[in-house]
Each structure stands twice: as C-alpha cells, then as structure tokens.
Write a protein that binds this ligand. Structure first.
Ligand SMILES: Cc1ncc(C[n+]2csc(CCOP(=O)(O)OP(=O)(O)O)c2C)c(N)n1
Ligand SMILES: [Mg+2]
Length: 554
C-alpha cells in the first residue's frame, strides 16, 4: 500500500497510542491528522503548543507521550517561537515529540536561521526524514529515544510530507521502551556505604516519578529508616504526609542537608541550578548517585559511588540487598520520624501561621492554605508559576500523590503553568486542575485563554494579584534586587476579573480572606461543567519562602 509520509506518520502515532496532538499552524502533517481523525488541540502560539505536549508527557510520567506540531522549513517562524518551549522541555528533560516541516532538499542555506543546528541544541535527538521510505525507521528511533533512558525531547523534521512510500515494506510495530538494571556489585557497594553512614539522607529526583517508583522509594526509605527530601520537579514522588518526609526546601531541609554524612541521590541530576539545592560541604560527604545514565555522575560534585540504572529497578535492588544483609530488619537508627516532625514543625511554623492570617491585602499563604483545604489532594492537580508562587507553593503545598503537584523549571519559563494545567486536564479529566500565577505568568497566558473556552477545559487560574513582581521589589532584599523593573498595573488600576470575565470565564475578585474558600469552591464547581475560571486574589507582596541551600536568595 502506497501512502504519503504525513499519513504514515499519523498512522504510526495512532499505533503508539497518541490520542491527540497539540499544534499551532501550519504544519503539513496536520492535514493528515485531520483526515485520519486524530484530534488537534490548537493552541494560540507555538510555544504553548510545545508546552502543553511537554507537560502531558511530564504529568503522565512518559507513559503517554505528548506530541506537538508547528511550522518549520524555510519559513520557520513557528519553530523560532516554539524554540522557547523546546528549550524548557530540554532543560527539564521531558520526553515530548515535536514534528515540524523540514527544509526541503535544495533549499538549505536559504534562510539565516539554521533549523538543524538550532534544534540540536534543544533536543535529545533531531531526526531529518530525507527519504519517504525511512518514515518507519525514524519513527521507531524517535519512540525508542522517548521511551528509553534519560527523558528528553525529540524532534522530527519532514521536508516532503507528500512524498510516498510502500507502507508494507517495513511494517511499523510500537516501541516498548527499555530499562536497564544496575550492576549488582554497585548495589552491594552502595549498601555497604549506606549501612555505615550515621546520618544518611535520601535525595529523590524526578527520575523516581518517570520510573513509577514512588512505592519503591517509600519501601526503601522505611526499611532503612532514612529521611527523604525531593527536588522541585520530583515534588510528590514521596508522599508529603509520610513521617520520613522532610520537605523540598526550607529550614528543615537545610538542616538535614547540612547534617547528612551520606546522600543517596536517586533520579536527580544533582545539578545546583537556580531552583535546586547545592550540596553543602559536598567534599566531606559521601554521595551515592543513582541515575539512569552517566551524564550527571561526577558532574558538579564528586560522586563517591554511582549506581547506574532505572530508578525503580535500582530502588528495588537496594532494598533487597539491605533486606538480605539485615535479615529483613533494615536499619534501626533512633526515632528518625520524631526528629523529622520536630524539624518540620519548626521549619514550617512561620508559614503555618500566615496560612491562617486574616490580614488584608490577603497573605498569599492564606490562599494556599485554603486551596489545600478545598481540594481533594488525592484527586487534584496544582502547579505554580515562575516567581513567588513557585517558591511559596514548593515550600508549603502538601502533595500526597505523584503529580498531584507539578514542580517545574530548572530554568522556569513564565507561562508554563497554563500549559501544565491544560495537560493535566487532558490526562486526568476528572481531577480538578489549578494553575497558580502572578501577574507576569498571566501576561504570557492571555492569548491562550481562548483555548480553554473553545475546548471547554474546566481549569481554574488562581491569580495572586499583588501589582508587581514581588520578589523583585524594593524593600525586601535590602535595596531590592530589581527595583526599577518591579511595578506593573495592579488591582487598583485594572480589574482583571472583568477583563477575563468578558472573555467568558467564570471570574471573581476576592479581597477578604473569609471569601477565599467560597470563591475556590465555586470555581471548582463551575469547572466540572467544562467552564474555565479565573479568581483574582488581592494579595500583599510577601516574598518569603524556604531557601535553597547554598543558592543565595533563590
Ligand atoms: C520567560 C521568562 N522571562 C523572565 C523570567 C524572569 N522572571 C521570573 S519571575 C518574574 C516576575 C514574577 O512576577 P509575578 O508574576 O508578579 O509573581 P510574584 O513574584 O509577584 O508572585 C520574572 C520577570 C522568567 N522566569 N521567564
Ligand atoms: Mg506579582
């Protein structure tokens, strides 16, 4: 059977279980998607097209691959804009598939912007489909990259979507994805170190979520009686009401990072970026680094010992080894849980206090506390924005299930929260989905709000409306870290609830703390019938949150 490349790609996507594709036109594969009956979620710009697909892959931990299409080729305006979305996906290691038109044979060197070299800087793999009969081969490679090893974006450029090939010559079979198990000798050596340590600490990264290893993490932590911290992106990998959970950031996390003599890092790059911890006195600590590949081993810190393999298989192997060595008894080392509780109570006291604050303008922590009260934390999704909402929510928001909260952004691109909330709704239609943003994130979202109405996506946007870029203003960090670029029109000058309400959203403007819970309840209720909501909370500027250890002011 002879088919064209675009149709071949779409049929393969269907075989791979792709149920919808996000897009911003134009891309020649789109017409084949339409003809073959694959729904398209049309975003209002290319960056969001990528970001929604990226977030879908993250939220489903790669079990369902998000796919985006956008404009490429010689007229690569879409790709130039999508670059921001791809860079974010690459930075955070998200397995998203991007498909674009390729520069046709004979047209290379035509434009100033070099598509291939640009895309190579933001992808795990860039494929160029130079012959139509290579369609199954390149798609196989793409899905192998997406489903195996270290997660990251893959991009396919299709220079001639109407070229034809024989579909039966190389029949496509879905790619399973493969995992690697750690070397047993490395597991034994890791357990030697772990059982000798006096104050070990588990440092869990997003690899635990991608490996579906939350239960295995819990089982190991309990067996060895070791406290756990998670990275921002792994928030929720370990249930945050567990007695061994220390936190993501804040004084109690600093305390444990400082005091630890051994760090068992699992599924984390251990890269002290802007939104993660440094390891204090790393040279004096023993770092066991469990990772899916070697990229991050001995990267920023000396690795005492590495265990390379899938996080789940690694955690299982470590647990088995500990169990064998200790006749199933594990490692008993005092009342760790009571110490964790005391450290948490102390570290979180100042935030718990403001979660009950009756002050006006509203303290943002009051909104977060009330949000936790209103949501079913086992059946909802919340995400933050770049800015104070990230820093504050990652300090206090109790996350009970993996991806009940999405922490994101080794480098955090403003506006991603809307994409994440959309993706969460697509992944789990029955869960409430909430994006918490400041004014900067909201600014990025505006063009895309129409999508929620058109697609009947019942999502709530919570706006912590404080009239400025709160972390940047004067008076907080001595003279302020960016005092000249801090103020924007605030709630006294613009009524955003009217602006967004006239689009068709359910909106409310809340100035009184007592009105927070009713407003949230109503928004979530309206969401269940597919209507999006925007709630503006008139808040004070309160740039107070848990610090990253060794990262200055955050
Ligand atoms: C695309 C992009 N550009 C610039 C930044 C830098 N940045 C981070 S937060 C922020 C302002 C946040 O202000 P706001 O949304 O009002 O939140 P608040 O801190 O007041 O809660 C800026 C400009 C970024 N994260 N992403
Ligand atoms: Mg603000």
């Amino acid at each position: 059977m002879t088919i064209d490349v675009a149709t071949g790609i779409v049929r393969i996507l269907k075989q791979e279980g792709v149920g919808w594709v996000s897009t911003f036109p134009v891309c020649r594969v789109n017409n084949a998607l339409g003809r073959e009956g694959v729904p398209m979620l049309m975003m209002r710009d290319d960056r969001y097209a990528v970001a929604v697909a990226d977030a879908f892959s993250r939220i489903t931990a790669g079990s369902r691959i998000g796919v985006a299409t956008f404009q490429g080729g010689v007229n690569a305006a879409g790709m130039q804009y999508a670059y921001a979305g791809m860079a974010q996906a690459y930075e955070d290691g998200s397995p998203v598939l991007c498909i674009t038109d390729g520069v046709p044979a004979g047209a290379s060197g035509n434009s100033q912007y070099d598509v291939a070299s640009a895309m190579k800087t933001v992808s795990k793999w860039f494929g160029y489909l130079d012959r139509p009969e290579r369609t199954p081969e390149l798609m196989r490679r793409a899905f192998t990259m997406l489903r195996s090893g270290r997660p990251g974006p893959v991009i396919l450029a299709i220079p001639n979507a109407t070229a034809t090939y024989d579909e039966t010559a190389d029949p496509y079979r879905p790619v399973k994805g493969w995992k690697s198990a750690p070397d047993p000798a490395d597991v034994r050596a890791a357990v030697d170190l772990l059982l000798r340590a006096r104050n070990p600490l588990i440092y869990a990264g997003e690899g635990v979520i991608y490996a579906g290893a939350s239960e295995d993490l819990k089982a190991l932590a309990e067996l060895v009686n070791v406290p756990v911290i998670t990275t921002l992106k792994a928030k929720g990998a370990f249930s945050e009401n567990h007695p061994l959970f220390v936190g993501v950031r804040g004084d109690q996390v600093a305390h444990y990072l400082n005091k630890s003599d051994l760090i068992l890092a699992v599924g984390s790059s251990l890269s002290p970026g802007r939104f993660s911890h440094g390891i204090p006195d790393a040279a004096t600590k023993t770092i066991i680094h469990c990772n899916v590949d070697e990229l991050h081993i001995n990267k920023m810190y000396p690795t005492a010992h590495a265990v390379i393999g899938d996080a789940r298989l690694t955690l299982q192997a470590l647990r088995q080894e500990v169990s064998d060595r200790t006749s199933g008894a594990g490692r008993a080392a005092g009342d760790v849980a009571a110490e964790v509780k005391a450290a948490r109570d102390q570290g979180l006291a100042r935030y718990r206090q403001v979660m009950n604050s009756d002050e006006t303008p509203i303290n943002p922590y009051r909104v977060y506390g009330d949000l936790m009260e209103v949501l079913d934390l086992r059946n909802s999704f919340v995400t933050h924005e770049s800015g104070n909402t990230r820093d504050q929510l990652s300090t206090v928001f109790d996350t009970l299930i993996p991806r009940g909260f999405l922490g994101w952004g080794n480098v955090s691109t403003l506006g991603f929260s809307l994409a994440a909330a959309i993706a969460a709704k697509k992944a789990f239609p029955d869960r409430a989905s909430v994006a918490v943003t400041g004014e900067a994130g909201l600014g990025y979202m505006f063009g895309n709000l129409e999508v929620l109405l058109r697609e009947k996506l019942g999502i709530t946007v919570v706006h912590i409306s404080n009239g400025g870029f709160a972390g940047y203003g004067p008076g907080f960090w001595g003279p302020g870290h960016d005092p000249f670029t801090h103020r924007v029109l605030g709630p006294n000058e613009v009524d955003m609830s009217k602006v967004i309400g006239s689009l068709g959203f359910h909106t409310e403007r809340v100035g009184e703390p007592a009105a927070i819970i009713p407003a949230l309840r109503q928004a979530l209720d309206v969401n269940t019938s597919g209507r999006p909501a925007y709630i503006e909370f008139i808040c004070c500027q309160y740039p107070v949150y848990g610090q990253w250890v060794g990262r200055g002011e955050g």
